[in-house]
Each structure stands twice: as structure tokens, then as C-alpha cells.
Design a protein. Structure first.
Length: 153
């Protein structure tokens, strides 16, 4: 998958291994779901920025861990002959991920990759609105994390 990773704010400190693993996870998910030729944008941010986005786009006035914006769901016309299909954008709060990693007792790297996988599944059409969908999405998350060799540590 052609994955672009950005940071907002740009001076957000993130270890290089996190970016490398985000790229690797996107490639693995791309191969599993047949979207390896798609484009994906990942933005790593803080609670302040994701809070503003969560409020603007979801009407929820608090920070969240991950947001996904699927570009294939828009009303924009399809571009015939386009060679690149933009899957969407995932925004991850590194601040929120740190808190959750500590709460769950695993590494920050594991939490960030899990949030990426969760976001990617949303971009691929998975959801957790009802119980059956939630179970299906959880099984997919477990499968992908196993494929990545990332367990709870």
C-alpha cells in the first residue's frame, strides 16, 4: 500500500520504529484485503487536535483514540482510468494511545498499530455498531495482529 505518514503538530515526537511498523502493517493489511495498490494517509497527532476533529466531524466534544475518513464513500464522481485508489485517512492520537497502552498493560507500539488496524478495518467497511458487527470486527483485528506477529505484551 502506498502509505503517507504525517504528524500534526509537525514537532510531535514519535520514534522511527513506530513509522516503520505503521508502514509494514499497512502493507500486510493491503495484501490481505487486496488493496495493496491503494493509497492511505496516516496522521499522528495529539489529544487537542483529535478532539477538535472529533467535535467537528462527529459532534463528540472530547478526544478519541482514532478517526477514520474513508474517501471511497464520498459522492465525488469516479475518475475513469485513475491508477491510484485513495482508501482514506486515519488519524491517531499518540497521547491517547499512551494512556490506553498503560491502561491495557502493553507497549505503546502495540497500541498504535492496533489503532491503525482498527482504522483500516473501518476504511474497508467494517464497523462495530451492533453486536454481530463488533464480534466480526474484533475477529478481523485479532487475525491481522496475529499476521503482524503483534500480541499483547
Amino acid at each position: 500500500m502506498n502509505t503517507i505518514i504525517g504528524k500534526n503538530p509537525e514537532n510531535l515526537e514519535v520514534e522511527k520504529i513506530f513509522e516503520e511498523e505503521l508502514l509494514r502493517a499497512a502493507d500486510v493489511v493491503g495484501k490481505i484485503y487486496g488493496v495493496e495498490n491503494h493509497e492511505l494517509s496516516i496522521t499522528l497527532t495529539n489529544d487537542e487536535n483529535i478532539h477538535a476533529l472529533n467535535k467537528k466531524f462527529r459532534g463528540i466534544d472530547r478526544p478519541t483514540d482514532v478517526l477514520s475518513f474513508a474517501f471511497n464513500e464520498s459522492d465525488e464522481p469516479e475518475i475513469i482510468g485513475a491508477e491510484i485508489n485513495v482508501l482514506g485517512e486515519i488519524i491517531i492520537s499518540v497521547e491517547r494511545a499512551k494512556v490506553q497502552a498503560a491502561d491495557f498493560g502493553h507497549s505503546l507500539l502495540r497500541e498504535i498499530i492496533f489503532l491503525e488496524v482498527h482504522g483500516l478495518l473501518h476504511l474497508l467497511g467494517y464497523d462495530h455498531v451492533d453486536e454481530d458487527d463488533r464480534r466480526e470486527m474484533e475477529e478481523e483485528q485479532k487475525f491481522i495482529m496475529a499476521q503482524l506477529g503483534i500480541g499483547r505484551d
